[in-house]
Design a protein around this ligand. Structure first.
Ligand code: HEM
Length: 547
């Protein structure tokens, strides 16, 4: 099997999570060595797979290969619970996993999320009110998005207001210590620690681990103190508390419940908030794209304009109608997937793409490499939201889609998008059943039995927060961020081993669309110098209301 030359330690140095940009190395390797190649991390052999058909064969429909807990997923276990090593995210696909997965699913049904939608609106409104108070001062966008998501999951999933957005506001108003202030116990501080310190010192920072676990345990106690959940309670907490072992009739142990609460947070917070952050970053860095987004918001009466200073609120029914904005989010998820991969372990010798994979080889299905492969996408390095306007754009063209689970090498048309376009008419006729046999090239939430259980909640979150923020604010990167390239050059992997995030944050200038008369190129926490720029000077080249 092909693969890059490695040293004594194999390719370990390329996977240093402190290093900026190592995920890009893997994407480059995939371009050189193909959709399946080998690397070695000291004595651990790993195969990196980005060929879409092979990815399907590994995770698509089968649970034959289990997650590779030893190296990657152990980090989730450590954070979830001191002793309880089983949880929905990392466990084998066993009976307990089935019980919890099935039991928890109603929490993410459209019906239930529709009920939770006002909470998503309220939390986003809260963070926007906080942003207005900053009056253009540069603030960390990814932290604002993180606070939104923390509160969304808290309110929708646990009927608990963690007050992350309130803490964010308090920091802006100077009523609370800045995010990284020593001794602060606010949720903002926790959010900050989760996203930064914990991410960089995942194994070393025992204090941060125990702090997180303590909060999850306290949440469990609070939820239990409310009494038995009602029969119609479809919150994450309620559903988990109602679960019973079919064999013994016993409830889940407190340890298991605390671990499940924790993995919901681990799986849901950074992923969703980074998706929001990257989407706003990519949209506002592409003026033509931003103009079209604003035109769409305007057409739906959602944009603040001089003629419409108080636009109507975004409603549930709008979520599916903002197609261009949603395509922009999809496109940023393709280029900057919040979760870059999923791992499996070959527990026996297997054949993959014509190669013999020896037992105990780790298999990394690398979504980042799949989403940026020129064999699969037309101009993959370009931000082209319009590519999603083609029906069936999520699928690849294979010579035999039905071979998706057999492990044969995929035949992808060199101009994936163009080919998909010629298929559009055919695809429109596709029934769900026919689509079952098609191979997807866009799977940010993974696929198959172990795909993301929280994807609908994530969608409701970012499809609400992104248009709401863009309709009220104009965004401009703070100068010190080094522009588009500065941010892209500083991408790194975040708290979860596979989340792509900007190494130095996305510090941006938030300008309420109508109210702001100046901008402060100052991040108060660090005491930067202040620049004030009249809004009139920003209009040129900066997205403003199309009207
Ligand atoms: C944009 C946001 C999100 C992305 C991109 C994302 C992506 C993923 C991916 C790729 C997986 C498979 C991981 C693997 O196989 O290693 C996964 C699993 C999972 N996600 Fe998400 N996720 C997101 C949001 C959420 C949210 C909001 C929640 C919960 C509230 C959540 C909870 C989980 C859980 C519990 C699993 C494990 C499911 C299982 O194995 O049965 N995720 N997610």
């Amino acid at each position: 099997m092909p693969g890059p030359p490695g040293g004594l330690m194999g390719h370990l140095k390329h996977f240093n999570t402190l290093a900026v940009g190592h995920h890009k190395t893997v994407c480059q390797w995939a371009r050189v060595y193909g959709g399946v190649f080998r690397v070695r991390l000291t004595n651990v052999n790993m195969v990196i797979v980005s060929d879409p058909l092979l990815v399907h064969s590994i995770i698509g429909r089968s649970t034959e290969l289990e997650k590779s807990t030893s190296v990657f997923y152990d980090q989730f276990n450590v954070l979830a619970h001191e002793e309880e090593k089983s949880n929905l995210f990392t466990s084998k696909t066993d009976d307990w996993w089935r019980l919890i997965r099935k039991g928890l699913s109603p929490a993410f049904s459209a019906n239930n999320l529709r009920k939770g939608f006002p909470e998503v609106q309220a939390v986003t409104n809260h963070v926007m009110s906080a942003m207005r108070k900053a009056r253009g001062a540069p603030l960390p966008l990814e932290k604002a998005a993180l606070c939104v998501t923390l509160d969304v999951i808290g309110r929708v999933g646990f009927q608990k207001d963690f007050g992350a957005t309130a803490s964010f506001e308090a920091v802006i108003e100077g009523k609370a210590p800045p995010p990284s202030g020593a001794g602060s116990s606010s949720w903002m501080d926790w959010a900050n620690r989760v996203s930064e310190e914990l991410g960089l010192k995942l194994n070393a920072s025992g204090v941060a681990h125990s702090d997180f676990r303590m909060r999850m345990r306290a949440l469990l106690e609070e939820v239990k103190a409310r009494g038995d959940p009602k029969a119609d309670d479809q919150s994450i907490a309620g559903l988990l508390l109602k679960l019973r072992d079919p064999k013994t009739g016993k409830k889940l142990s407190d340890d298991r419940l605390a671990a499940e609460f924790a993995v919901v947070y681990q799986g849901g917070t950074e992923t969703t908030s980074l998706t929001t952050t990257w989407a706003i970053f990519m949209i506002t860095q592409h003026p033509e794209v931003e103009r079209k987004v604003l035109a769409e918001l305007d057409a739906h009466g959602l944009l603040v304009t001089p003629a419409r200073p108080n636009p109507r609120s975004l409603e549930w029914d709008d979520l599916g109608k903002l197609t261009y904005t949603n395509n922009c989010i999809k496109e940023s998820m393709r280029m900057l997937p919040a979760l870059t991969g999923t791992n499996r372990m070959a527990d026996q010798d297997i054949m993959l793409g014509g190669y013999l994979i020896p037992r105990n080889t780790m298999i990394w299905c690398n979504l980042n490499a799949l989403f940026s492969s020129p064999d699969v996408w037309h101009e993959p390095d370009k931000y082209i939201p319009e590519r999603w306007e083609t029906s069936g754009a999520e699928y690849v063209q294979t010579t035999d889609g039905k071979a998706a689970t057999t492990g044969v090498s995929v035949q992808v048309n060199a101009t994936g998008d163009v080919h998909a376009a010629s298929e559009a008419a055919e695809l429109l006729q596709d029934t769900e059943k026919e689509n079952e046999h098609r191979v997807k090239r866009f799977i940010p939430f993974s696929i198959g039995p172990r795909d993301c259980i929280g994807q609908n909640l994530a969608r409701v979150n970012y499809q609400t927060t992104v248009p709401m923020l863009l309709s009220q604010f104009s965004f401009k990167l703070a100068e010190e961020m080094g522009g588009y390239q500065g941010i892209r050059d500083a991408e790194t992997i975040g708290v979860m081993p596979f989340t792509v995030r900007p190494a130095h944050g996305l510090k941006r200038l938030w300008l309420p669309r109508l109210e702001c008369t100046g901008m402060l190129a100052l991040r108060p926490a660090k005491g930067f110098q202040m620049h004030c720029t009249p809004r009139s000077q920003l209009a040129e080249g900066q997205a403003v209301a199309p009207s």
